[in-house]
Design a protein around this ligand. Structure first.
Ligand SMILES: Cc1cc2nc3c(=O)[nH]c(=O)nc-3n(C[C@H](O)[C@H](O)[C@H](O)COP(=O)(O)O)c2cc1C
Length: 259
C-alpha cells in the first residue's frame, strides 16, 4: 500500500513538472515572438515611469549570454577590469533629455532627438575590438590600434566609430557575444512590457557624443538600445522595416542529411 502511494506521488510530481515545463516553453516562445522594434518619436519630452531597478533587471539579463573570448587587456585597466568583450553606458530619462538638448544645440536635425525625448532609457552598447594588427586604418597606428584618440574630428569627418577593425575570428566572436547579450536584454525588456529599439546609433556614434558620455573612443558602438514607455501618448510609434519581410525558416534553413 505504501509502495502504491509512493508511486502515485511520484507520478503526480512528474505530471506537475511536465505542466510547468510546458508553461515555461509557452512563455519563452511567446516572448521571443513578441519582441519587436518600436521606435517612439516625440516632439516634446515625455515623462518616464521606468525605475532604475527595472532597468537594472533588464541589463542583468545581458550578463547571462554566451561568451567565448575575453576582452583584450587594452580595454581593461583600473576599475574597468571586466573580461567581457562589451560595455554598457546607461542613460535614464533625464539624461536622455539632456543629451537631446546637446544634440539640438549642435544642430542635429535627425530623428535621434525625437527618440531621446521619448526614451525611458538609452543604453549605448559597445564591443571591444582587439588591437589592430594591420596598417589599413586612417590615422590609427598599427599595434596600438584603436587606443589612439588623436585623430578624432568632432564634426564627424574622421569618426573613429566608422573605422574598420581587423577581420579576425576573435573580433567576430566579440561582436557575436555582445549581440547575444543585447538580445537577452531585449527579451527581458519585452517580458516586462517595455518597448525596445536596437538602433545603429546615427548621431549617437559620433566622437563628440562618445566624449560627452565618457565612452573611450577605442570602443565600437554595437548599438544604441532605446527603452520606451508602454504608454504611447505624445509619441509617434514606428515599427521595424523588415518585421514582416523575413519570411519563413524554409527560406534560409537547409537540413543536412547524410545518407
Ligand atoms: C544591429 C542592428 C542595427 C539596427 N539599426 C537600425 C537602425 O539604425 N534603424 C532602424 O530603423 N532599425 C534598425 N534596426 C532594427 C531593424 O530595423 C529591425 O530589427 C527589423 O526591421 C526587424 O524588425 P523587428 O525588430 O520588429 O523584428 C537594427 C537592428 C539590428 C539588429
Amino acid at each position: 500500500m505504501a509502495e502504491e502511494s509512493k508511486n502515485r506521488e511520484s507520478r503526480d510530481r512528474e505530471s506537475r513538472n511536465r505542466e510547468s515545463t510546458i508553461r515555461e516553453i509557452d512563455t519563452v516562445d511567446k516572448i521571443i515572438r513578441q519582441r519587436c522594434t518600436s521606435k517612439y518619436l516625440a516632439d516634446e519630452p515625455l515623462n518616464s515611469k521606468l525605475s532604475r531597478a527595472t532597468i537594472e533587471e533588464v541589463i542583468e539579463a545581458a550578463n547571462f549570454g554566451p561568451v567565448h573570448l575575453t576582452a583584450s587587456k587594452v580595454h581593461r585597466s583600473g576599475e574597468d577590469d571586466s573580461i567581457l568583450p562589451w560595455r554598457f553606458y546607461v542613460l535614464q530619462a533625464g539624461d536622455c533629455r539632456s543629451l537631446r538638448d546637446l544634440l539640438i544645440s549642435r544642430g542635429d536635425g535627425s530623428k535621434v532627438p525625437n527618440m531621446l525625448a521619448a526614451a525611458s532609457a538609452l543604453i549605448q552598447v559597445t564591443w571591444l575590438p582587439n588591437p589592430l594588427e594591420t596598417n589599413s586604418q586612417i590615422g590609427v597606428d598599427p599595434g596600438v590600434g584603436a587606443d589612439t584618440e588623436t585623430h578624432i574630428e568632432v564634426d564627424g569627418s574622421s569618426n573613429l566609430q566608422d573605422r574598420l577593425y581587423d577581420a579576425t575570428i576573435e573580433n567576430m566572436e566579440h561582436i557575436a557575444a555582445a549581440s547575444a547579450a543585447v538580445q537577452n536584454m531585449l527579451l527581458a525588456a519585452t517580458v516586462r512590457g517595455i518597448p525596445t529599439y536596437w538602433s545603429s546609433g546615427g548621431a549617437l556614434r559620433k566622437a563628440d557624443v562618445f566624449s560627452w558620455l565618457e565612452i573611450p573612443q577605442r570602443e565600437m558602438l554595437l548599438g544604441s538600445v532605446f527603452l520606451f514607455p508602454e504608454d504611447e501618448t505624445g509619441a509617434r510609434v514606428v515599427p521595424g522595416k523588415l518585421r514582416d519581410k523575413r519570411g519563413g525558416t524554409e527560406n534560409w534553413v537547409k537540413w543536412v542529411e547524410f545518407l
